[in-house]
Design a protein around this ligand. Structure first.
Ligand code: BGC
Length: 739
């Protein structure tokens, strides 16, 4: 009797859940078809000029935008911010333009709008997609309160070359980590419902292959096989789209000779074809006009034709779509259906954002959201999680708060502006807690905090070094803050040298020579070649470009109020000559190895082939021991899965968080495979002495490769699986995938 009742209850719950899911799906479907019919209705009423207007994104410039918006020649405005300004412009569009189509306001909200978080490379070092989602949600709340409903983020370009300044803007060198972050950004920006006024549309960029620019020179050409493109560079875009990203930005570079702003393979074939993308593609900044410099178009008219035909729907800043498309359609050069498709895509997203129903922003929100205390606190926590402890000899860190005299040395020690990094939205230097301020706040009133700048970040003067040395000599411990200025990474900030800029290494050497214990805090947006520091400085904390709470987060870690848990999302080379150096390389026929670091192997005659710090590396104030690697079986069906587990124990005396990483190697395949590839990772927080069995489910689909016929298949055969604390250490077991 009791059992029958339980069965009834279970059936009822199942029925209710199923009908709720069904009605949710039905509502979604209704909403979709409603949007499609509203789009079609509107399209029917549009002139060719009004259609081209929707494809036209202009730069906010107070002198000319009002008239352009009023005549319906603008679909989107970039860089107009603030509820008041945006509402004023939106009123012109909605009240004065013939069809009352709202404007989509865009802005580069990359790692925060006003509350600035660490730069994306640092965010990736958290290995915590939830932290990134939180950052993106906060960014969306602040940006939308200021009238922005579209951000040009996330940048998901895989970057294996630290010379490329834009490495700071992405999630590093690994496809799986980048994909996890890409999806997290999108979830955070767009939320569950794009029509929520606090959601903003994501724009996944730069499509595609931009991070592989030759020589690390920004905007430079990219030549790579389709296999490489599909294996390494495209999956993060797909992950962002699967998470719902509604817009994509085409990249500046050529890919195998074709500029991506006119590349039908990437845009029509892959994105809008294979992937069935229903949102729209925006060009990069004037990149349609740049087709002329690339030498694939002779003039602006041809450039417009090439770009729209290839699948670029919106012209960022160029103004050429608006100028030429109506005539190109009238003369039959561009079919009207091509123009209509682009307009449809843009209108669709405007409807999905709810812009037609609520085009304006409540001006009171701005006051409430920008720099809200919860946002600032989140920036501090995320910054703590993003920092990577690279070295800590003799447990120099954490420092004691009762240290009598601390010398703070270096050009970035009391800096505010540079900690914001690059693309810092509406961030302001005055919002930034400097490292000096962060440390000061930790110390009792009678502690001495001395400061000497020593040298500038860039420049040749060494005049300040004697003062810095004299200051260091008075201290019990020296904290040095060295690195790059915020603008030394990001767009158009490629570097040919990867060492500490200017005379900073000279300063470091002089201070180390005093014999005082030295902690080096690094501020930078890319891997630096810091071999000398790694050899001579006992403690090194990679703090990246940490945002407005950088100083507090550094101090939290230095004094042990927080434990370092970040891991490198990129390989740190020893010297620029090793670049590109990445962990998931092929073996080659002459692999270098510990015993083969000599001639006729794939190494160097004047440097080792190993990195300074490998991908996935990062220390903690405690230690973790890995043991008992187990597989649920040593055979996997071709469409099956196995479980892989390992015991992780905190064998130190402090609590800590470990990022447990799982790597796989396909031993024999028709196409040579990387020596290892990250497939999954998990965070575990452990009290001292505590242990946990960490279990991963590895699906055969995660092992798929692009085979010789460019089919995406899981190959039968032997694999190794390694679980460990980084890409260079771990315990390994073997399994086979059956035919
Ligand atoms: C950059 C994009 C950015 C755009 C708009 C371009 O120069 O490449 O990443 O979103 O400008 O500011």
């Amino acid at each position: 009797m009791v059992r029958a009742r339980t069965r009834w209850a279970a059936a009822l719950i199942f029925f209710l859940l199923a009908s709720a899911a069904w009605s949710q799906a039905a509502t979604k479907q209704d909403k979709k078809s409603d949007i499609e019919s509203r789009v079609n209705e509107l399209l029917k009423r549009m002139t060719l000029e009004e259609k081209a207007g929707q494809l036209n994104q202009i730069l906010f410039d107070e002198s000319n935008v009002d008239a352009a918006i009023g005549q319906g020649s603008v679909g989107s405005v970039v860089n107009a911010t603030g509820a008041e300004q945006v509402n004023r412009l939106q009123h012109i569009a909605v009240d004065k333009s013939r069809l009352h189509i709202p404007i989509l306001f865009a802005y580069d909200v990359i790692h925060g709008y006003r509350t600035i978080f660490p730069v994306p490379l640092a965010l990736a070092a958290t290995w915590n997609p939830q932290a990134v989602e939180r950052m993106a949600r906060i960014s969306a709340k602040e940006a939308s309160a200021a009238g922005i409903r579209w951000t040009f983020s996330p940048m998901v370009d895989i970057a294996r070359d630290p010379r490329w300044g834009r490495i700071a803007e992405g999630s590093g060198e690994d496809t799986v980590l980048d994909s996890a972050m890409a999806a997290a950004y999108v979830r955070g920006y767009q939320g569950d419902d794009l029509s929520n006024p606090a959601s903003i549309a994501a724009c996944v960029k730069h499509f595609a292959g931009y991070g592989a620019a030759e020589g690390g020179r920004d905007y430079n050409s990219v030549d790579m096989s389709e296999r490489q493109l599909r294996t390494v560079y495209l999956p993060p875009f797909k992950a962002a789209l699967d998470a719902g990203a509604v817009t994509v930005m085409s990249s500046f570079n050529t890919l195998n000779g074709i500029p991506n702003t006119a590349n039908p393979f990437t845009l029509r074939h892959v994105l809008k074809g294979e992937w069935n993308f229903h949102g729209f593609v925006v060009s990069d900044w004037r990149s349609i006009i740049e087709l002329i410099s690339h030498g694939v178009a002779s003039d602006e008219q041809q450039a417009s034709q090439e770009a729209i035909t290839a699948g670029v729907d919106m012209d960022m800043i160029g103004g050429v779509y608006y100028k030429y498309l109506p005539d190109l359609v009238r003369t039959g050069v561009v079919p009207e259906s091509v123009l209509d498709d682009a307009v449809r895509r843009i209108l669709r997203i405007k409807f999905e954002l709810g812009l037609f129903d609520h085009p304006y922003t409540d001006p009171r929100l701005e006051q409430r959201e920008l720099l809200a205390p919860a946002h600032v606190e989140a920036a501090r926590q995320v910054a703590q999680e993003s920092m990577v402890l690279l070295k800590n000899d003799g447990a120099l860190l954490p420092l004691s708060k009762t240290t009598k005299t601390i010398a703070l040395i270096g050009p970035l020690a009391d800096d505010q502006a540079d900690l914001l990094g690059n693309w810092f939205g509406k961030g302001e230097a005055k919002d930034v807690v400097s490292i000096m301020e962060g440390i000061r706040a930790k110390l009792p009133a009678d502690a001495r905090l001395l400061h000497s700048r020593g040298v500038d970040v860039v420049g040749t003067s060494v005049e300040g070094i004697p003062d810095a040395v004299a200051t260091a000599k008075q201290a019990d411990v020296v904290v040095m803050v060295l690195g790059e200025k915020g603008a030394m990474s990001g767009e158009a900030a490629s570097r040919a040298h990867l060492g500490l800029p200017g005379k900073q290494e000279e300063l470091l050497q002089a201070i180390v020579a005093t014999g005082k214990p030295v902690v080096l805090v690094l501020i930078n947006g890319r891997p630096l070649t810091i071999q000398w520091a790694a050899d001579h400085v006992p403690a090194i904390l990679e703090a990246w470009l940490p945002g407005i709470q950088g100083g507090n987060a550094v101090a939290d870690l230095l004094f042990g109020d927080a434990d370092p848990s970040g891991k490198l999302p990129v390989t740190f080379p020893r010297t620029v000559g090793q670049v590109p150096l990445y962990y998931n390389h092929l073996n080659t026929g002459r692999p270098p190895g510990p015993k083969a670091d000599k001639k006729y192997f794939s190494g160097y005659i004047d440097e080792t082939y190993t990195p300074l710090f490998p991908f996935g590396y990062g220390l903690s104030y405690t230690s973790f021991q890995y043991s008992g690697l187990k597989l649920s079986g040593d055979q996997m069906e071709n469409s099956g899965k196995i479980e892989v587990s390992v015991d992780v124990k905190n064998v130190g005396t402090r609590a800590g968080t470990e990022i447990v990483q799982l790597y796989v190697h396909d031993l024999v395949a028709p196409v040579a495979q990387p020596v290892e590839e990250l497939k999954d990772f998990q965070r575990v927080k452990l009290a001292p002495g505590a242990a946990k069995t960490v279990t991963f489910t590895l699906h055969a689909s995660q092992l798929a490769i692009w085979d010789r016929d460019m089919k995406f298949v899981t190959e039968p055969g032997k694999y190794t699986v390694t679980i460990g604390p980084n890409s260079a250490e771990g315990d390994t077991a073997t399994f086979s995938v059956n035919r």
